[in-house]
Design a protein around this ligand. Structure first.
Ligand SMILES: [Zn+2]
Length: 315
């Protein structure tokens, strides 16, 4: 799964910038924590923080952590001070013209399109030789989220609703830039005529959208243990193979039809694209998965698909 490391700047003995009662180390931790929660709620992604408390961590250790964890993306959260106003983002100078600059462009633009509504000044997309963007071996971006010692910026940084929106704009920008997969409950679910009606998107407290499919498969003996707690987790190959083999037995399929590769398949197309299209045409897949055929599937997605096949076969 994609791993994003969030690095709240400063901490412990190192307060960072201060102004108008704001302290950079605290504010950076608040925002990074909001970002972590939103990522986990909305996307199939793993998120770790270099610090979750008020502790001092040297810069090179922050980069080392992300390198050891083999992160796919590193985002450092800072706030500016001393004579300015607005937002700026940084990448390492030699990352210009690479994928890292494309990520910076999308993240920066998404964040600014939110913050410009509050009159935040765009100071631009920049490069600098900061240790955390230099020593990390994955795309790394450092955000300078406004000036704590500027009256207009500080008044925004004191509003919880502004911080919440800022965190969401980080999540939206990253999702766009590296094409994160939304959690299934976040996707619109079209109704399939041969399958039970798709349940509506539900708040987290109510049952998972895939619970009816889970319960139907469990009642029919295809799932022997309770998976309701893992519905948003990636499905293991073992679970997928066991489930589909039980389906195969129930549908009495002794020998699968071998599907030859279609001759007009473009060589760039994913090997599973044809299967994806056929399942969509049959309304067994609810949305197009062509963009992430190499990503892990959630248990919920696998269970929903298996149940649609089973319900259709029972008719
Ligand atoms: Zn800082």
């Amino acid at each position: 799964m994609t791993l994003i490391v969030l690095d709240p700047g400063h901490g412990g003995k190192d307060s960072g910038a201060t102004g108008f009662g704001l302290v950079e180390k605290d504010l950076a931790l608040v925002i990074a924590s909001l970002v972590q929660r939103l990522f986990k709620e909305q996307y199939v992604v793993d998120v770790r923080m270099t610090r979750e408390t008020d502790v001092f961590i040297p810069l090179s250790e922050r980069a080392n952590l992300a390198n050891q964890w083999k992160a796919d993306l590193f985002i450092a959260f800072h706030h500016n001070a001393s004579g300015g106003e607005g937002f700026e983002s940084y990448i390492y100078p030699s990352a210009r013209g690479t994928k890292v600059e494309e990520i910076q462009n999308k993240l920066h633009d998404t964040m600014m399109s939110y913050m410009k509504n509050y009159g935040v000044k765009d100071r631009g997309k920049k490069q600098a030789n900061f240790a955390v963007v230099r020593e990390t071996r994955m795309p790394a971006i450092l955000l300078e989220n406004l000036f704590v010692d500027n009256a207009h910026d500080a008044s925004l940084l004191k509003q919880q609703s502004f911080l919440q929106g800022l965190a969401q704009s980080v999540v939206n920008g990253v999702a766009l830039a590296i094409q994160l997969i939304p959690r299934p409950s976040q996707q619109p679910i079209p109704v399939a005529p041969t399958a039970p009606a798709a349940p509506p998107t539900a708040p987290p407290s109510s049952p998972h959208w895939a619970k009816p499919a889970h319960d139907a498969l469990r009642a029919a003996g295809f799932l022997l243990s309770d998976h309701t707690a893992n519905l948003d987790q990636p499905a293991s190959e073992g679970m997928v193979i066991t489930l589909f083999n039980r389906l195969r037995e129930a549908l009495n399929i002794q020998q699968a039809q071998t599907t030859p590769a279609p001759p007009n398949n473009s060589p760039n197309e994913h090997w599973a694209a044809l299967a994806n299209d056929e399942l969509m045409k049959a309304r067994i897949l609810q949305s197009d998965h062509r963009g992430h055929l190499d990503e892990p599937a959630s248990e919920a997605m696998v269970i929903e698909v298996a149940n649609r096949i089973w319900q259709a076969a029972k008719k």
